[in-house]
Design a protein around this ligand. Structure first.
Ligand code: ZN
Length: 453
């Protein structure tokens, strides 16, 4: 049995809403599970983790990412373009150049960034599946995640139709038949999906977007297949006004109303972005428990707008945060994401729009709700010991009256004293044991040179 006592913290955020967010004292862990929080005395045989006056958060949960893009940061030709032009200039331009090494290096960069910002669970939306690849992307990404000890929800994307790209300079985005996609997802789920509380790997069915990656006649079959397999459904929706214009002109309805007609809503469904929603769509998403992966930094970077996450949260909706791919958000850092969420909603709607506690709730319990992982995202007896202990020893943290909110409000990125996944230490003193960052840096440079050639 492993026995751990986390001691000496300045305070604890639990991830729970309202006044239950704040706690104090020590945290006792047995065999990877939290057993007590409060004023606790050390017991014989316990390993003591000294928080050194830092603050404790639940391990953060990022609900939307594209790990392969971690070697496509800051591509000059796409840096100032909105979504459609950026898709052509970056992911569409480079996808066919990926080999197994490029994907593994990208996944290692992205997951290391997330771990070092306190993230213990990540949903990766991977949509590149092609016969031209001599490797299985799921296997590559799960293997990297396992080596780093992070929880991974692999969202198996792709499509049966490709969005029109008005140039022949790039290889067309790969497509497959619906049967083949569903068989592949089922095989992936049988191999990797582990729904147990301490499981590190899960699978979701995740066509890239219902608007442009599937035939409308396939939508009902897709949601039925996800439910039959016992996995969640994920996709992109309403990131830009293009989605709304397309659905209105082709289907005569706004995107959420159109998807409601096809049964694509529910507690087992979540969408990335959801920037362009009207009040009725927000109400429908909240009342059906359909999740939002709010990606404020990517939405700011691409000039897409600000999702009504605050309005959806006020209605009891399932709101979470995601970093999105590094090709449209060069900081795959959940602390930066919380800081941006806290700022952007206040800038647009006033200081009462969100609190620091709200964005911590979205980044923790909200993410766990959206991913259907109730045993992570909050700190309470019986929960998995997914715990981030932030040091507040940077000069930017000096002078704080309320140190608990410092990782959100001070900006930058607070360093980790420890990060635990199921009670296992995956970051200690700001470093990932066993990960050679210098080697990763040179691997990344080599991959970038090859992709850019
Ligand atoms: Zn995305």
């Amino acid at each position: 049995m492993t026995a751990i006592l986390i001691d000496n913290a300045a305070g604890i955020f639990t991830g729970l809403p309202g006044v239950a967010m704040r706690a104090a004292g020590q945290i006792r862990i047995r065999d990877g599970v939290i057993v007590e929080i409060g004023a606790l005395e050390p017991q014989p045989g316990e390993q003591r983790l000294d928080a050194q006056g830092g603050v404790i958060y639940p391990g953060l949960v990022s609900t939307h990412h594209h790990l392969f893009q971690s070697v496509l940061k800051g591509v000059r030709s796409g840096i100032d373009l909105p979504l459609a032009g950026w898709l052509r200039a970056v992911p569409y331009r480079f996808w066919s150049k990926f080999d197994e090494e490029a994907l593994a290096v990208a996944a290692r960069i992205g997951l290391a960034e997330l771990l070092l910002s306190g993230t213990t669970t990540v949903a990766d939306h991977h949509y590149l599946f092609s016969d031209t690849f001599g490797f299985d992307p799921a296997q590559v990404i799960f293997e990297v995640a396992r080596s780093l000890g992070i929880r991974l929800v692999f969202c198996r994307g792709g499509g049966t139709t490709a969005r029109h790209v008005d140039t022949d300079r790039f290889a067309a985005m790969p497509v497959e038949t619906l049967d083949r996609m569903l068989q592949s997802v089922e095989a992936c789920a049988q191999r990797f999906h582990d729904a147990s509380p301490n499981g590190l790997s899960r699978v979701a069915l995740a066509p890239t977007t219902p608007t442009w990656s599937l035939d409308p006649g396939e939508l009902r079959e897709v949601i039925a297949a996800a439910r039959r397999m016992g996995v969640r459904l994920h996709s992109h929706l309403s990131e830009t006004a293009d989605y709304v214009d397309f659905c209105l002109s082709v289907h005569g309805k706004r995107p959420v109303h159109w998807l409601a007609d096809h049964g694509w809503l529910g507690e087992d469904v979540w969408f990335a972005h959801l920037v362009h929603l009207d009040d009725d769509e927000v109400r429908i998403l909240a009342s059906t428990g359909t999740g939002m992966a709010h990606c404020p930094q990517s939405n700011c970077r691409l000039g897409s707008g600000v999702a009504p996450a605050d309005a959806m949260a006020r209605l009891g909706g399932a709101v979470s945060l995601g970093v999105d791919g590094a090709a449209s958000n060069e900081a795959a850092d959940m602390l930066c994401e919380m800081h941006s969420a806290w700022h952007t909603h206040r800038a647009m709607k006033g200081a009462g729009a969100v609190t620091a506690e709200d964005v911590v709730h979205w980044a923790t319990a909200g993410g766990a709700r959206v991913l259907g992982m109730p045993h992570v995202g909050t700190l309470a007896p019986g929960q998995q010991a997914d715990i981030a202990i932030f040091k507040l020893d940077d000069v930017r943290h000096f002078g704080m009256h309320d140190p608990l909110i410092a990782p959100v409000t001070c900006g930058g990125s607070a360093k980790l004293r420890y990060l635990l996944v199921g009670g296992r230490i995956v970051v200690a003193d700001g470093t990932i044991p066993g990960l050679d960052l210098q080697k990763l840096k040179s691997d990344a440079a080599r991959v970038v040179t090859r992709l850019a050639a």
